[in-house]
Design a binder for this molecule. Structure first.
Ligand SMILES: Cc1cc2nc3c(=O)[nH]c(=O)nc-3n(C[C@H](O)[C@H](O)[C@H](O)COP(=O)(O)OP(=O)(O)OC[C@H]3O[C@@H](n4cnc5c(N)ncnc54)[C@H](O)[C@@H]3O)c2cc1C
Length: 376
């Protein structure tokens, strides 16, 4: 009987993080002939991955479907402000495009990848390998395992908040959207209650087609009917009398929790959401997961500056305990800081001097209050 191979690397979870790692692994000369097992649950749920990057530093530039050089913020008083974002671009990759590329092109072009549809039950580390047990019976062995399973996620340090999405890809029958600018946050419908903070997000792919999404920061579970009501109200307030058809829907949840980076000196290491790559205060993760994948492959260190985790912790405390102030805090942030700098700050790329300048224009007593309360 032919002996089953021992894979150099097994990737559990063929989502954003798993496929990014697969790609980067095979780009390196050291690993390009390695044998890889990709265990794929078959989940292809719709996600719109957006991120910003300086020109020439985009993640997966060949998969980008739309880029914007301007972004819009809409204040609680309904005033819209649109700004150029300097040398940054705001980019969109759909999960459809991403998965099509990987499953139809990249994986078939690399015979060293074994693509297995299945659900991993257990991973057991032995002295020399990891035993991988797939639900239904099959077992595999690998020298190392990258693990994207969320259930393995490290518990959060504080009570958990989530960011929920409910949106629709729509097509108007007349030119309606400003296709030059993506709306990051629209707080014009001050739909904020004790339970959650709501804003809207618009990705205009053309003057007629776009994704319009209700986004909610909440401690509660997903509430589709409430989000649908917000979405309908928003459409009524902004696009009354316009005809459109719904092309697709997108829904999902991102944890907004500060996770401790798992210490995993062994053969199994967490990736993606499971390794705390989602930025707690924003939900953005795509470029962070990509940077992590590159660092793992090249065994370089990829460390985050701790002060950004500290800022996130204050903002999360505020969202958690006084979410009604969030629209005003965002109004102030976007009102006093160039948008490109806000994006660099969210990407943890600003200098401490830029941060001091920015914070000095915000409500310092409010931030101090949450700094004190969060440590109680
Ligand atoms: C709707 C939505 C929109 C988002 N938009 C953005 C955005 O615009 N920009 C951004 O930066 N981030 C965004 N994110 C956040 C983040 O980038 C995504 O959640 C991203 O998909 C996380 O990647 P991941 O690999 O950790 O998880 P996933 O992409 O969910 O992949 C994990 C995979 O592992 C599989 N799996 C789990 N357990 C097992 C098991 N036991 N056996 C086998 N397979 C298993 C799952 O089925 C899944 O296929 C968004 C998230 C959501 C939900």
């Amino acid at each position: 009987m032919k002996k089953a191979p021992i894979f150099d690397l097994a990737i559990v979870g063929a989502g954003a993080a798993g496929l990014q790692l697969l790609y980067e692994y095979l780009q390196s000369t050291e690993h390009k002939d390695s044998r890889i097992l990709l265990i794929d649950s078959g989940d292809r749920s719709k996600k719109s991955w957006c991120f910003w990057a300086a020109s020439g530093h985009e993640s997966f530039p060949f998969l980008i479907e739309k880029s914007w050089n301007k972004v819009t913020y809409r204040y609680t008083n309904s005033v819209r402000e649109t700004q150029d974002i300097d040398n940054l671009g705001y980019h969109y990759i759909s999960s459809t495009n991403f998965f099509t590329y990987f499953f139809d092109q990249f994986i078939p072009a690399h015979p060293q990848i074994t693509h297995q549809i299945g659900w991993v039950d257990t991973l057991t580390e032995t002295v020399s390998v990891v035993d991988i047990q797939i639900k239904g019976g099959s077992t595999y062995q690998a020298k190392q395992v990258a693990d994207a399973r969320i259930e393995k996620q490290v518990p959060s340090e504080k009570p958990t908040l989530s960011q929920h999405f409910w949106g629709k890809f729509i097509e108007f029958d007349t030119d309606t959207l400003d296709s030059e600018s993506a709306t990051l946050m629209d707080f014009s419908q001050a739909q904020t209650s004790d339970d959650y903070t709501v804003f809207h997000y618009i990705l205009p792919f053309s003057a007629r087609k776009g994704l319009i999404e209700t986004t909610v920061f909440s401690k509660a579970g997903y509430d589709e009917s409430a989000y649908a009501a917000h979405w309908n109200q928003y459409m009524e307030a902004n696009f009354a009398g316009k005809n459109y058809q719904v092309l697709e829907e997108e829904r999902g949840t991102i944890p907004m929790a500060l996770t401790k980076a798992p210490h995993q000196p062994g053969k199994i290491f967490a990736i993606g959401t499971a390794s705390g790559q989602v930025k707690a205060s924003t939900g953005y993760a795509f470029t962070r997961m990509h940077a992590d994948a590159k660092a793992r492959v090249h065994q370089s260190s990829f460390t985050r500056k701790p002060r950004f985790k500290f800022y996130d912790s204050i903002l999360l405390h505020m969202i958690q305990t006084e979410n009604k102030v969030i629209p005003q805090v965002m109004d102030q942030l976007f009102g006093c800081t160039p948008f490109a700098r806000v994006l660099n700050f969210l990407d943890e790329k600003t200098s401490i001097w830029q941060e001091i300048k920015m914070f000095s224009q915000l409500q310092i007593p409010l931030f101090l209050k949450h700094l004190v309360l969060k440590n109680r």
